[in-house]
Write a protein of this length. Structure first.
Lengths: 345, 345
DNA sequence: CTGTTAGCGCTTTCAT
DNA sequence: ATGAAAGCGCTAACAG
């Protein structure tokens, strides 16, 4: 391995040029527009790249060219399979369009969300995908004003400002509740919270509408939880178990799968027959719901598709001068499984 | 909002300097070494930054300074909570040390793994954390030779070349099997595969050692699966159910939690009492195992700690000229839960 | 098709 | 404490 460069400094393009006996610009052409260079020169340059172990400096490249084929995705919760699905979908359209996608985990922390937003912005990515936490989006406006397009996933776009991809949460709540009613359930419990979370509130709205629109005489109870976790679900379940049998709901809609799972567990442990005595349906189609001994019904959100569409919108915003901002609202779908299907078992 | 810059070009530091009536270098100092600048000048510059909506260009900054306070983490499977734990641990030490961490999901695909390795490398991150797939590490050597330190997580470091953090897989297998034996199980089944996977093979070795070292007369059966998934586990469970009761194992060690979960489900559905008739233990401490109706025993790996240590090693490699490469081997720990605790229920 | 050159926006001496 | 100027490694426009 011959080297023209000095010391431990990584070889640069001019080292390659010198080694190959051509001009700097020619090396650049070989790398970026090979068709402009003769076969023979190209080979010489490639040889030099090999000899020197040259790797081009993406930073300098980005600075000179003004941008890189790169997007950033700031994810609110990398531990939630719904967002992981979104990330996979986004990455798929990135790859299909010759872009790369980098991830940053905000971990439901506004400070970190804004930190990474700024990092991507300062790093001159072509655009940012953001699955935001349920909080004000000031930092987004700042980034966007700075010329960096932002597309929101799982959050509506801001009219005239940015695109967004959402699922119709209200309808999801409607679907879940309607399903419980159709299974003959009449004492419905909505468990979830805090209600300050937009998604929870909207799902609850859907529940109320489903009951209002139905012709049956159903009773709706609300238990507001402080979190959407398995332990919170266990608490709900235990509370129900402590009640006289007649005062328990016969149909539970938990606003999140983790909540539903915890709830189901507590009931099963107490000997209550999930599905038969109490139907339970969750929300999110997290990967673990289907793996339960009593597979838990849920409302699925098209995460993969959301990510795919969101990144396509981002690409359009970057490439198409006539781009128009819009919010795509996708429909959730009911996934009826054993936990609500007593009749069929 | 006043602006000195032309058109839609984002304001640069020289715009800020002009606006504030100071020199370019002074603006740089305000941002990077505020103590070198007088209170008054500092204020003027900050005001100009505000007025212009200036965001500094990290790309130019990195090019000029030679590096950024940034690491990259290439994750083999973002859907696996074990790796997510690692990512969280890594991010923690990154944040504690004023670094930022970007993620890239290789999704168990060697091509993508190498793509992102190169991307981080070309982007001049300070170093790369890699949770590799079980495949040759040629690309790692290339990146490292290029001057970019790489630390391996969940994979041993290459002696003299790179650091690594691993868990003792063999010992994990030993622990799991020893636990089954201690619970009085004598017809042990090891389910997992393919055996071409290093981790599976090592866990199996541990199983064999536990049996060999015990003084009891235990029988070991091996069912090699093609994958480590819930469906694969269901297949295993169904196969067992189809056997005469006397020919079934009374203790199952599944090399992964998903496998264990599927297996448990199939058995429960068939009316076999998990824990009582058959004890089952998995591996990985994936988040869903504890949420099972019969919480599944498992072997936990200190993912968070692994990530934390790995990134600390990376920081040391970057900062400390006397850095020595080493591989830290952490111990897995047994998490005994209901699925193996028939006596205590 | 090849070589030359002017930046990209910032950091960093080095004078002042 | 502040200002001037020399790059960082590359792209892109242009001249040959």
């Amino acid at each position: 391995m011959t080297t023209t460069s000095s010391g431990r400094r990584p070889p640069s393009m001019s080292d390659v040029a010198r080694h190959a006996g051509v001009a700097l610009g020619t090396v650049s052409n070989v790398l970026n527009a090979p068709e402009k260079v003769s076969e023979r020169t190209r080979r010489r340059v490639h040889q030099a790249v090999e000899d020197l172990g040259f790797v081009r400096n993406q930073v300098a490249r980005t600075l000179a060219a003004g941008s890189a084929d790169l997007f950033g995705f700031v994810i609110v919760d990398i531990g939630n399979s719904f967002f992981v699905d979104i990330a996979r979908g986004a990455e798929q359209s990135a790859v299909e369009n010759q872009y790369k996608l980098l991830l940053a985990n905000s971990d439901v922390d506004l400070v970190r969300q804004n930190l990474y937003l700024d990092l991507f912005n300062e790093s001159r990515v072509n655009g940012i995908l953001l699955a935001p936490l349920d909080a004000p989006l000031d930092a987004v406006a700042r980034v966007r004003d700075r010329g960096c397009p932002v597309v929101l996933v799982n959050w509506p776009g801001e009219p005239g400002e940015s695109c967004g991809v959402t699922v119709d949460e209200e309808y999801g709540g409607y679907l879940a509740t309607q399903h419980l009613l159709q299974q003959g359930r009449r004492r419905i419990l909505f468990a979830g919270g805090p209600l300050s979370l937009t998604a929870v509130r909207e799902r609850y709205e859907g529940t109320k509408r489903a009951i209002a629109e139905s012709n049956v005489d159903a009773h709706l109870e609300l238990i507001e939880t402080t979190r959407l976790t398995v332990p919170a679900g266990l608490d709900v379940g235990r509370e129900l178990v402590s009640r006289p049998v007649g005062e328990r709901p016969d149909g539970i809609f938990a606003a999140a799968d983790a909540l539903a799972a915890g709830c189901a567990q507590a009931l099963i442990y107490a000997g209550v027959s999930v599905a038969k005595e109490v139907a339970i349906i969750g929300y999110d189609d997290n990967h673990f719901t289907a793996d339960h001994v009593v597979p838990i019904s849920t409302v699925g959100q098209p995460g993969h598709e959301m990510g795919k569409i969101a990144l396509e919108m981002l690409i359009d915003e970057v490439k198409n001068p006539d781009h128009l901002h819009r919010t795509v609202v996708l429909q959730p779908n009911l996934l009826a499984r054993a936990s609500t299907m007593s009749e069929f078992r």
